[in-house]
Design a binder for this molecule. Structure first.
Ligand SMILES: [Zn+2]
Length: 313
């Protein structure tokens, strides 16, 4: 749980048709915004850092008198609500950095909203290429008569392994730990506030999306979570990309290690089923909960097929 957690309801709807927890938002992108106005909220975390939830991956931000950094941009509709809320707090100052933790549409489709006010959009070097490739693929497989694909606004500044810079009274450090959720993931640390945005390296107690076509690696994802914990302090607060319905989008290192254990168990389970001689088509249809991880609910095809693909390679 975050320290000094305060909720600011910016806008809400009785119909929470599309929440930050909507897995369809992760899987089917680029996509149209939800019909009903999405439920959104701002919450302070520590010092100058807070988070915003709406539709798609959790947005993190640093805001002080000198600088503004926004981490991820959700979809256009909630990006607009987020930007309006930040403008209220900052007196409509320009944003120094919009960071994309990775290329998925529920973290980047709002880039277009932030672009006119963001001095730079920063991401790991593979991220813009993956975003363009994924959009082209989605356009190719779109049904006839589908609305034209949204324009892709990609990062215009990139880093390969690390990036560190003073932003107002804060120092932000970005690090790429190798392929994990995609092959273009960035972990964003606000050093003074001691808060880290994990992007989709943490799905807190819910089945993750493992983007094999974009170079995901479950084995290196496991190592990455351990390395991130080792690189930070015991009392570091982490912002998670997504969380299960009963769980928070922020937490501590225990959440990262729980995610590590889940991924380890997922690989072990798939390995056991393969060793038992079961074919792929049978394995990916298994719906028993993963032993020891009841909060995740029944297993789903997207994680089993990713595990199978990784082990079969
Ligand atoms: Zn993602």
């Amino acid at each position: 749980m975050p320290v000094n957690r305060r909720q600011f309801i910016v806008s809400s709807s009785a119909i929470a048709a599309a929440s930050a927890l909507d897995v369809r938002a992760i899987m089917a992108w680029p996509q149209q915004p939800a019909q009903a106005p999405p439920q959104t909220s701002f919450a302070a975390i520590r010092e100058t850092v807070g988070y915003f939830t709406g539709q798609g991956g959790t947005i993190g931000y640093h805001l002080d008198k000198e600088a503004i950094v926004v981490v991820d941009s959700q979809f256009a509709a909630t990006a607009k609500i987020c930007l309006d809320g930040l403008n209220e707090r900052s007196g409509s100052r320009r944003i120094d950095y919009l960071i994309n933790t990775h290329h998925h549409g529920d973290h980047t489709a709002g880039n277009a909203v932030f672009r006119p006010v963001a001095k730079k959009i920063l991401a790991q070097v593979n991220c813009p290429r993956l975003q363009i490739e994924a959009a082209a693929k989605a356009a190719q497989s779109a049904k006839p008569g589908a609305p034209p694909p949204a324009e892709q606004v990609v990062a215009n500044a990139t880093f390969e392994n690390t990036w560190r810079e003073k932003v107002g009274g804060e120092t932000m450090a970005l690090k790429h730990y190798g392929p994990a959720h995609t092959s273009g993931d960035a972990v964003v640390t606000f050093e003074k506030a001691n808060v880290v945005h994990m992007g989709d390296l943490v799905f807190n107690r819910r089945h993750p999306f493992i983007d094999k076509p974009a170079g995901a690696s479950i084995a290196n994802w496991i190592k990455t979570l351990e390395a991130v914990v080792a690189d930070h302090r015991k009392d570091t607060i982490y912002i998670h990309g997504h969380a299960g319905p009963k769980f928070q989008p922020t937490g501590g290192s225990a959440d990262l290690l729980y995610m590590r254990d889940y991924l380890t168990a997922l690989l072990e389970f798939a390995r056991g089923e393969m060793k038992a001689g079961k074919p792929r088509d049978v394995i990916v249809k298994i719906t028993d909960p993963l032993k020891g991880f009841p909060d995740h609910g029944p297993l789903v095809e997207r994680v089993l097929s990713a595990a199978w693909e990784e082990l079969a390679a």
